[in-house]
Ligand binder design. Sequence first.
Ligand code: CA
Length: 415
Amino acid sequence: MNCMIRLLVLIAALALPACVAANVGVSPRPEPRPAASETGRTAPGPATFSDWLGSFETRARAAGISAATLERARPHLRYRSETISLDNRQSEFGARIWDYLDSAVTSARISQGQSAMRQHAGTLSRIESRYGVPPEVVVAIWGIESSYGANRGRTPTLATLATLAKDGRRGAFFEAELIAALEIVQAGDISPQAMIGSWAGAFGHTQFMPTSFLRYAVDFTGNGRRDLWGDDPSDALASAANYLSQRGWQRGQRWAVELRLPEGFDLGLTGQRQSADAWARAGVTPAEGGRLPQGAARLILPGGANGPAFLAYDNYDVLKEYNISDAYVLALGHLSDRLRGGAGLRGQWPRGDRALTLAERKELQRRLNAMGHDTAGIDGRLGPASVAAVQAWQRANGLPPDGYINAALLARLRE
Ligand SMILES: [Ca+2]
């Protein structure tokens, strides 16, 4: 899990076209979390952990945590210096989308996922009836988040959150998560000592953060506890489906379809959203053959004009609510397709491209702004404004306007 979280943080810094690579932080969990590029620390807290704990307990009481709950939790509200070392690990380079896909959608993960689908077929079918999310999507989340429960994490959550609340890069964010974790203990779902998870505070089969747990976790087994930690994954799988359902998942709709683009296709349509019929009129067909599924969809070219093309349906954006990284959504969606027997991607990624450094990403933005193409800031985050600025520059220079950012594009900007 830790490796994956780190990789996602790196991906957040990557040049992904048509992509909001801005807000992936500590873990691929639904709620807002520290942005990867926010490296500044919060104001220094009280000198010692016990000073901090004293003032925190006052705030926790004001937020509705009882004295009895604090009494139970107190032995577990410890400082973990290794948490801060992990939090401070930064990398200069972004990872590449295809590297993430390679690591997330392996043949082992596909076959394990298919056997998990058989093993839990009854539960998954009941989950689909209630929440409208198909088994392969629920199981793909499970596979990517915890390798089907094998990597739920063993780090004590209360100590992790207390440490990050006191000294982490986003103290206020983690203090809110810590109070949510104490609410979970207070509600009786789990004991303080059994609440374990990732180094960054996410837990269980589907790696929820505590605030997401409070909002979306369900007791699907009906035993009175929302159990995301135990060996039975039923509650966790239903909770993930409930999350997607609450965020607008449309029953019966695909997440995305890989495309075949016709010769001479207008790449200026990249990023635009229109009906499947309009896309069909533009000559776009599914790479696997057949007809495009109905519904409005957006054209995305995550590897530029030379990589695979996709129509992203509205469910793509619902998956993005689970994690803002396009690399994550592509991996999750593609794994779900493979779990139901789909083929690998037909398009080839531009594997020769390396990731840009933070300095290079800022330079790219500076140069675009100097040429009158507004990137909405020079922060190294290549979000929609930067992609649109690249497309505008490409159009002005007679290049295919795919918005794809790589070292060759930067070299052209320097000319
Ligand atoms: Ca339960």
